[in-house]
Each structure stands twice: as structure tokens, then as C-alpha cells.
Design a protein around this ligand. Structure first.
Ligand SMILES: Cc1cc2nc3c(=O)[nH]c(=O)nc-3n(C[C@H](O)[C@H](O)[C@H](O)COP(=O)(O)OP(=O)(O)OC[C@H]3O[C@@H](n4cnc5c(N)ncnc54)[C@H](O)[C@@H]3O)c2cc1C
Length: 236
């Protein structure tokens, strides 16, 4: 890329960063897109990986392939650890990168409301690794329940305990997870379907109105649909 063009640095290759890069196609600038992973993740489908409906490669694609036809962009896989707005540099762990224009599109982080220790037992759903972890935990719980059921003399409460899932948060992720059966897990075990429904419990814990940003009437429709697979426990 010509060195004399103004350099636009974009941090983040999610929807925000990717579309910013695409919008600059043909503009007289050189674009450097930096992301800590070298692929774009279609986050709205992430819960389907966590529940076993889709595989990771179905919802992700290499950033370089997606942008391969765009001449004025380069992709770097690295983590931005700071920005010096005065000298116009982004800090990477090993070196600094100058910019003329900076676009920060780094997405959001989950908020554990001062209880970061909860993250160990209740991971958020931000990345493919998170989705794998959640899927693994769910599958393992089903396997353990299967084993107990196979023994024949295990207390039903013990099995039910293993198959009880509580989702905290009635935003997009919580509502979509609560509406989706754990397909992989369910098809992997041989507890008869009729008995599965006796054992399996799923609940969504959330604010009184879900999702909060939706108008009340729409919230009622969502709630009705979620309640079919998971009772809604209201809490603030
Ligand atoms: C399960 C789920 C379902 C959703 N459903 C919908 C829906 O139906 N409709 C809808 O409109 N929205 C939906 N959303 C929300 C939507 O996915 C987000 O609003 C959107 O992904 C945000 O895009 P973004 O570019 O801001 O951030 P992200 O997509 O989070 O991208 C941020 C990128 O920045 C990178 N990054 C972060 N920090 C650094 C750093 N320091 N250095 C380098 N790289 C960094 C990350 O690796 C990531 O690739 C859903 C989200 C989830 C999780």
C-alpha cells in the first residue's frame, strides 16, 4: 500500500469494524484493520454454536478472505493494549502503530456487577471459545445424567439437578438461549424423550420486562414464546 496515503487504523473486525473497512473501499486512504482474532464472527448466531445447532465454521470467516478484493486494506491479528491520542499511535504488545484516523470498534464486555468471580461458573457468550465451553458443560451434564439414569437406582432429584439450567439476563442472548433446545446434548443421550421432559428444567432469570429495550407489547410476545421452553423468574 502507498505509504503517503493517510492511514486509517480500525480496531475490531466485528460488524462495526468490518463495515467501516468496507465503506472505505476506494477511498484515498490506507486502512489497517486490527483484531485479536483473524476471523469475523457472526455473533447473532453464537448461541446456536453454544447449543449445538451450528458448528463454529458456519458462523465465522477469515477477515482476509472477506476483504480480499479490497486493495487499500491490510489485516493484522494483534491485540491493541492502549492508544496515545496525542501522538496518534495505537499500542500493541510488541510495538506501536501510527495512525491519522482511528476507529475503535471493539464491541462490548459482559458486566458481572462487581462479581467477576461468577465468570468462572457462568461464562458469558462473546467468543467461539465461550460457545464451546458452554456446549461442553451442557453435554457433560447430560452425560452424567445419562450415566445416573443408566444405573437405574439414582435419585430422580439428582438427575434433575444435573439437567437444570438457569440463564441470567433477558437480553438477546438470554432470550435466544432460553428458546433453543440443547440439540446436541439431547440427541447424544438415551434417556427416553418422555423422561427427559420430566428431568430437564430451564429457567430464565431477568428483569420484569424482557427485553427491556422493546416496547411493552412486543416484550409480552417474547415472554410468551420463551415461557414455552423456560419459565421466567423475575428479579432485579
Ligand atoms: C447471541 C447474540 C445474538 C445477537 N443477536 C442480534 C440480533 O439478532 N440482531 C442484532 O442487531 N444484534 C444482535 N446481537 C448483537 C450484535 O451481534 C452486536 O451488536 C454486534 O456484534 C456488535 O458489533 P461490534 O462490531 O460493535 O462488536 P463485536 O462484534 O463484538 O466485534 C468486536 C471485535 O473487536 C475485537 N477486539 C476487541 N477488543 C480488541 C482489542 N483490544 N484489540 C484487538 N481486537 C479487539 C474482538 O475480537 C471482536 O472481533 C447479538 C449478539 C449476540 C452475542
Amino acid at each position: 500500500m502507498p505509504a503517503n496515503l493517510p492511514r486509517v487504523v480500525i480496531v475490531g473486525g466485528g460488524f462495526g469494524g468490518l463495515y467501516a473497512a468496507r465503506t472505505l473501499a476506494g477511498a484515498p486512504v490506507s486502512v489497517t484493520l486490527i483484531d485479536r482474532r483473524n476471523y469475523h464472527l457472526f455473533r447473532p448466531m453464537l448461541y446456536q454454536v453454544a447449543t449445538g445447532l451450528l458448528s463454529a465454521d458456519e458462523i465465522s470467516g477469515p477477515l482476509r478472505s472477506i476483504l480480499s478484493r479490497q486493495r487499500n486494506v491490510e489485516v493484522l491479528m494483534d491485540e491493541v493494549v492502549g492508544v496515545d491520542a496525542l501522538s496518534r499511535h495505537v499500542h500493541l504488545p510488541a510495538h506501536d502503530l501510527p495512525y491519522d484516523f482511528l476507529i475503535l470498534a471493539t464491541g462490548i464486555q459482559y458486566n458481572y456487577f462487581g462479581h467477576d468471580e461468577w465468570q468462572q461458573i457462568a461464562p458469558g457468550l462473546e467468543s467461539l471459545d465461550d460457545a464451546d465451553e458452554i456446549r461442553g458443560k451442557v453435554l457433560l451434564a447430560f452425560e452424567r445424567a445419562e450415566e445416573l439414569a443408566a444405573l437405574g437406582h439414582a435419585a430422580p432429584e439428582l438427575i434433575q439437578q444435573l439437567l437444570t439450567f438457569v440463564l441470567v439476563g433477558g437480553g438477546t442472548v438470554g432470550v435466544e438461549m432460553a428458546s433453543t433446545p440443547h440439540c446436541d446434548a439431547i440427541s447424544a443421550i438415551s434417556i427416553p424423550p418422555r423422561r427427559q421432559s420430566c428431568y430437564m428444567r430451564q429457567a430464565l432469570a431477568c428483569y420484569p420486562r424482557i427485553p427491556r429495550r422493546f416496547p411493552p407489547r412486543q416484550s409480552v410476545t417474547w415472554r410468551r414464546s420463551v415461557s414455552k421452553s423456560a419459565p421466567v423468574l423475575e428479579s432485579t
